[in-house]
Design a protein around this ligand. Structure first.
Ligand code: SF4
Length: 199
């Protein structure tokens, strides 16, 4: 690796270290405590932990089921949407947190079945033209892209609403961002090479 590449890699790592939310996807204050797990002192996004656990489980379960049950693209498509439907239900019905966690886990499996749907549809198309397989590919991609955009925006809006109601909203260094600001100052000092960065 060249010196330039090495420097750019280091910078990326440093930026990640000072990124205020890091793996949390939420401010790190008591108002968002419910949205993070603390693992070995690091706050990580609770939703992402459950989502990726589901994704890993899906990577094991889905190929096995696909082979043993001789799954076609229709079954994969229906399974994806059945697994996905728990996400909007959990967002709009506000069930207990543990149900939301389970919905995120199912969403992780749905991401794998979504991939399986597209692969099986392509296989179907390679065997011979099938308009339904083509429609399923477009529909699957459309549902994935629109729902991802919609739910990301919704999460940002909800986070903002919590902040706007918070008594610290107008504080320049509120509890939720103070860690990020301190890390940013530390990075600046580190880049300048002053004594603070060596502490
Ligand atoms: S404004 Fe309040 S709720 Fe928002 S990040 Fe800061 S401390 Fe947390």
């Amino acid at each position: 690796m060249s010196q330039k590449e090495n420097r750019s890699k280091q910078k990326k790592q440093e930026r990640w270290l000072v990124y205020p939310y890091r793996l949390a996807h939420h401010p790190l204050c008591s108002k968002f405590e419910d949205h993070v797990y603390t693992i070995k002192g690091y706050k990580v996004c609770r939703g992402c932990v459950n989502l990726y656990s589901g994704f890993l489980a899906g990577l094991i379960i889905v190929p096995i089921l696909a082979v043993f049950l001789n799954v076609n693209f229709w079954i994969a498509f229906v399974a994806t949407n059945v697994l996905f439907i728990f996400t909007p239900l959990s967002v709009f019905l506000h069930p207990p947190r543990v149900i939301k966690d389970f919905a995120r886990f199912l969403l992780g499996i749905a991401m794998v079945t979504c991939l399986a749907t597209i692969i099986l549809s392509i296989v179907e198309l390679v065997r011979g033209f099938n308009g339904w397989a083509l429609a399923v590919i477009f529909l699957t991609i459309a549902i994935y892209v629109t729902s991802r955009r919609y739910f990301s925006k919704l999460r940002d809006r909800k986070n903002e609403q919590v902040c706007r109601k918070c008594e610290q909203f107008y504080h320049p260094r509120c509890e939720g961002l103070v860690g990020g600001i301190d890390r940013a100052i530390a990075l600046e000092s580190h880049e300048k090479g002053d004594a603070f960065s060596e502490q």
